[in-house]
Structures are given as structure tokens and as C-alpha cells.
Design a protein around this ligand. Structure first.
Ligand SMILES: Nc1ncnc2c1ncn2[C@@H]1O[C@H](COP(=O)(O)OP(=O)(O)OP(=O)(O)O)[C@@H](O)[C@H]1O
Ligand SMILES: [Mg+2]
Length: 242
């Protein structure tokens, strides 16, 4: 479904991604994990074509991303960017409907779709007329998710969607998000730096360090068979209290 082959990305002289090859399978959740600055957001942005890679190839549903097809490919992808990225001067509803309006959906089609999404994400109806600052962090993340799902994309990319939330809200949203992923059966690529979150969501976990993939596989492989000292240290640094 999503396939990167030998992808490298430089920012000036600095190599942000170093020869990355990975696949994210259809209908599955792939989690990308690693420390701050290791290249996670850059990787997601390259999949959406928002950032251009220097070398290698990126295929989405079998088609290699090019300048020509990128806008078509982007419509198959819902993207929840780090920090949510909602427009502060637009209501929640307007944030959600923006792309559909741009694509000239009818008012009733938009309303029906928003109704579905509000139910799916358990967002309070009266929140739709509020501006992002008037919502709680958890509600804002639900709005970002609705916006990403509005056009019913095949693929959902989420960049630390639960990063800024307090533990209890985070716990609730994790539970709801997992339920949503299972219900919708979409191809999901999610970024986190939290190992327990990666294990909770990830059918496949890809651990990065310094722009490289260090280990990838299911959570049992990662936890029981760390490939090297870095992986072991990363796991031990995040061991839970229990
Ligand atoms: N637009 C840019 N211009 C220059 N350097 C950049 C740019 N975007 C990212 N970088 C650099 O590339 C590296 C990877 O950044 P990236 O944002 O992908 O990290 P990340 O893993 O998402 O980190 P975090 O967990 O803090 O969000 C960093 O060293 C960063 O400074
Ligand atoms: Mg990031």
C-alpha cells in the first residue's frame, strides 16, 4: 500500500533520512517510533509529497509519487499533523468541511458526513460551532481527526496525535482511536515517541534513530529480541512502572 525504497532526504548538509525502506500494509496500523529529531515527521511529510525526497522512491497504492500525480494521491491520504494544525480563525465545523467545500460538495452531503464523523469520534455536537481555542486538547485532536477523515481517505497518517494530552485524556483517546481504526479498516501510519502507545496500536513497529530504521517488526520481536544496544536502551528507558 505504501512503499518506500532507499529514501534519503537532506536539509542542506544534514541528512534527515538515510536510506529508508519500508512498507505499510493495507488495512494495518504501522507505528513509527523514535526520539525527537530522528526524522519521523519528515518521513510522513514525504509520503504526502509535502516534502520532497532527494533519492529513492515512494509508492502509494502502487503509484510512484511524481509532481504530476501528487495532488491526486494526496486526496487518498488523511493527515493529522503534529500539534493538530487547525485554523484558529475557523470554527471546528469549518475546519472539518474546508476541503469538501473546496471540492464543491453539496451542503447536505457535508452535513451528513460531519454527522457520521461526530458519532464516530464521540465529539460533542455543540463543539462544532466553537473555535479551536474554545475546545479542550482532546476535543481539538478529535476535530483534527474528523478533518483528516472527511473525504474518507484510504490512508490515514497521524503525527503524534496524542502527544500533548494529559494521561487520562490520552488513555481515552487511545481507546477510541484504536476502535476507529478497527472499524474503518484503513491503512494507518502513526508516529509516536511513546513505546507503550506503539505497542498498543502497532501491528508493525518501526524504530528509527538518526534518520535510519534500526529495527522493524511486531511488538514481541521488538521487546524480546532487541537488535542492538540502542534498541535495548530505548526499551529500558520506557519501561512501565508495573
Ligand atoms: N524544514 C526543515 N528545514 C531544515 N531542517 C529540518 C526541516 N524539517 C526537519 N528538519 C530537521 O530534520 C531532522 C528530523 O526532523 P523531524 O521533524 O522529522 O523529526 P521528528 O522525529 O519528527 O522529531 P519530533 O519527535 O521532535 O517531532 C531534524 O534534525 C530537524 O531539525
Ligand atoms: Mg515530529
Amino acid at each position: 500500500m505504501i512503499e518506500l525504497r532507499n529514501v534519503t532526504k537532506y536539509f542542506n548538509q544534514d541528512r534527515a533520512l538515510d536510506n529508508i525502506s519500508l512498507t505499510a500494509e493495507t488495512g494495518k496500523t504501522t507505528v513509527i517510533i523514535g526520539q525527537s529529531g530522528c526524522g519521523k515527521s519528515t518521513l510522513l511529510r514525504i509520503i504526502t509529497g509535502l516534502t520532497k525526497h532527494d533519492n529513492g522512491s515512494v509508492k502509494v497504492e502502487g503509484n510512484e509519487i511524481t509532481d504530476k500525480n501528487i495532488s491526486e494521491i494526496r486526496r487518498k491520504i488523511g493527515f493529522v499533523i503534529q500539534e493538530g494544525g487547525l485554523f484558529p480563525h475557523l470554527s471546528a465545523r469549518k475546519n472539518i468541511s474546508l476541503m469538501a467545500e473546496y471540492l464543491k460538495w453539496s451542503e447536505s452531503k457535508i452535513s451528513n458526513r460531519i454527522k457520521e464523523l461526530v458519532t464516530l469520534t464521540k465529539f460533542p455536537n455543540e463543539g462544532l460551532t466553537k473555535y479551536p481555542v474554545q475546545l479542550s486538547g482532546g476535543q481539538r485532536q478529535r476535530v483534527s481527526l474528523m478533518r483528516a477523515l472527511m473525504l474518507d481517505p484510504h490512508i490515514l497518517l497521524l503525527d503524534e496525535p496524542l502527544g500533548a494530552l494529559d494521561p487520562l485524556i490520552r488513555y481515552d483517546l487511545q481507546t477510541d482511536l484504536k476502535e476507529i481504526f478497527q472499524k474503518l479498516n484503513k491503512t494507518v501510519v502513526m508516529v509516536t515517541h511513546d513505546l507503550s502507545e506503539a505497542v498498543y496500536f502497532g501491528e508493525k513497529i518501526i524504530l528509527m534513530n538518526n534518520g535510519k530504521i534500526v529495527q522493524s517488526g511486531n511488538s514481541i520481536e521488538l521487546l524480546d529480541k532487541p537488535k542492538n544496544d540502542f534498541v535495548e536502551k530505548f526499551i529500558n528507558a520506557q519501561r512501565s512502572l508495573r
